[in-house]
Design a protein around this ligand. Sequence first.
Ligand code: MG
Length: 270
Amino acid sequence: MEKLIITSALTGNVPTKEMNPHTPITAEEIVAAIKKCTAKGTSISHIHARDEEGKPTARRDRFKMIVDQIEENNIEVIKQLSTGARAGENTAESRGQMLDLDVDMASLTTGSANFPNMVNANPPEIILALAKKMRDNHIKPEIEIFDSSMIANALYLEKKGIIKGPLHFNFVMNVRGSLPGTPKNLMFLVDSIPPGSTWTVSGIGKSQVQMITMAIAMGGHVRTGLEDVLEMEKGIPATNEMLVERVVKIAQAVGREIATVSEAREILSL
Ligand code: MG
């Protein structure tokens, strides 16, 4: 089996210090968390930005602060920016404003589903505009799959030449309102992507350990972090670092080696 790529999703749009005091919010906190996680085995950092009040934002200047500080601190990591629907105005201009920064990857959700309290709204024109901007800036999309129809949409974009293979998918399982995180659903998603694609799984909340363990055993890759899960177990707040340590332990038990950043680049054809 290929070595295991670990992605750290450190902040997300939802977590707050009230929900988990270890949530990194400022650029300094986010970069410090990335540094700790890369030391434990993370090779991709999935980055969300917050504004001066700690609210989710797509502002280019807030993303740039994080990207610049990763560089200034000489942290070797694959930088992946979020273009998700919950960080301000839901337009392609707003959501894609940071896609000219010097980064390797960005998230691209190829369809709409529900979040617990709102629509995860990704209309065709926004998907198309974000995908084109990624292509023009040589950014590889991580295709975020919240529901199976999003795979078909991604394959259509590939057919039209908007995104280029080998494709990389992230199966975001168990968001309330989207596809539940069950072994059967994961198997179905893995069976639905073209040969030669790479995939990772984000097991949200209670599905976290089961989904990452399955992905490790099946030869997929894993994402973890406070964006996806806030507690190690009931009542014990997680840190991003602890979550990476848990993935490494499971991987060791299963017999998967952890990919370095350069190995991850090779696996993902970056
Ligand atoms: Mg995200």
